[in-house]
Design a protein around this ligand. Structure first.
Ligand SMILES: [Zn+2]
Length: 378
């Protein structure tokens, strides 16, 4: 109840200001007297634990004191934080019904009310208000409506919203969400072509290229698989561990391993340990075992990596049969250590997993989970 006392502050200030400036203005004086009286009544009810009546009194004041909307929004937020959603909803609904609110205040109330509804599980009501906000070009509504459609798995609704108001989608994370809405809709309807529409997005995204490559690979259309995955690996090299084995196989099926090795050399400056291991494998195929060992040792000195160390043990074992068994045993230990480490990590919240999720189960961001980096990563 203590937090409600702050509502008195603006009234006291307004009261003092009016009184000091012009004591002859009886009308203003009378208005303030009414405000103070209503506040006192409202607070008295609240202090007497008759909260509903107290709230009614405070809300009634809005008709004469619209400039205190912000305070009511703060009050409603406090209720929401305490889990008293019914009260937060009541305040926001009453505010929305006030005829004298500015457009900015109406939008703020609507957004907050939608958040209340989401927390209360009233998703359809939340959607209604968020759609009004999106129609008003309110970008603050994008995050909650994207989360809502993700939660409801309403992929087509998300796609339609983007197509109608595409100019609002300027942030990379919003584009990532829309790209995934297209992918989910395309996978559900078995219409991969739909994913190609994501090329119109304001930012490049990962999943459409991955899924299109995967679809082509499964159809044994290796030319297409290379086309999509090559685009993906060049723009988002850190995603390589997800599909590099199939990309390599696609090149091999077309007898184009030279092109694959050239691609790997191109990616070396920005690729992780997996790209360097692939380069070593190319050197080995070429009979350049010593060069592979030197290249990997040198890169491990600059950027230590457990996976790189494991591959180095295999290289050293192959080049020295006397100690091959010992090195194989050490490598087994290293491999079992690697197996305990999660392959994926969310770049937004740090959530780790052995499974690739396109939406982070923890922070609900799309495409924020990527192959792990660092000592244990790729
Ligand atoms: Zn996350």
């Amino acid at each position: 109840m203590i937090e409600l006392l702050f509502l008195l502050l603006p009234v006291a200030a307004a009261y003092g200001y009016v009184m000091g400036k012009n004591s002859a203005k009886n009308q203003a004086h009378e208005q303030n007297r009414q405000i103070t009286s209503q506040y006192s009544k409202g607070l008295k009810f609240l202090l007497d634990r008759e909260e509903d009546q107290g709230l009614e009194h405070l809300i009634q004041l809005l008709e004469v004191s619209a400039d205190s909307v912000e305070h009511y929004l703060t009050l409603a937020t406090l209720f929401r934080k305490r889990g008293e959603l019914d009260r937060a909803i009541k305040i926001h609904e009453l505010l929305l019904n006030q005829p004298n609110l500015s457009h900015v205040d109406i939008d703020s109330c609507r957004l907050e009310l939608a958040k209340d509804y989401i927390l209360a599980g009233l998703l359809d009501s939340a959607e209604e208000h968020l759609i009004v906000l999106v129609k008003n070009s309110n970008k603050d509504a994008l995050e909650p409506i994207i989360n809502l459609y993700s939660q409801m798995r309403e992929w087509h609704k998300g796609v339609s919203m983007y197509e109608a108001y595409s100019e609002l989608f300027t942030k990379p994370q919003h584009c990532a969400a829309v790209a995934n809405f297209y992918c989910e809709a395309a996978l559900a309807d078995k219409t991969p072509k739909l994913m190609e529409k994501t090329t119109a997005l304001a930012h490049k995204t990962i999943r459409p290229l991955y899924e299109l490559g995967k679809d082509a690979f499964e159809q044994q259309d290796y030319v297409k698989a290379i086309y999509y995955w090559r685009k993906l690996i060049c723009s988002f090299t850190h995603t390589a561990p997800i599909y590099i084995a199939q990309l390599e196989q696609s090149y091999a099926e077309l007898n184009l391993m030279n092109q694959f090795n050239e691609l790997i050399i191109e990616l070396l400056p920005k690729g992780g340990v997996l790209i360097r291991i692939k380069h070593c494998q190319a050197l080995l195929t070429d009979g350049q075992q010593q060069q592979a060992i030197e290249f990997l040792t040198d890169s491990l000195k600059r950027e230590p990596s457990i996976r790189g160390f494991s591959f180095l043990l295999q290289l050293l074992g192959n080049s020295n049969t006397r100690i091959q068994t010992v090195l194989a045993e050490i490598d087994k230990l290293v491999q079992s250590y690697i197996a305990t480490k999660p392959e994926y990590q969310c770049r937004h919240c740090g959530f780790t997993s052995h499974t690739l999720y396109w939406i982070c189960p923890s922070c609900k961001h799309w495409e924020s989970i990527a192959p792990s980096k660092g000592l244990d990563g790729y």
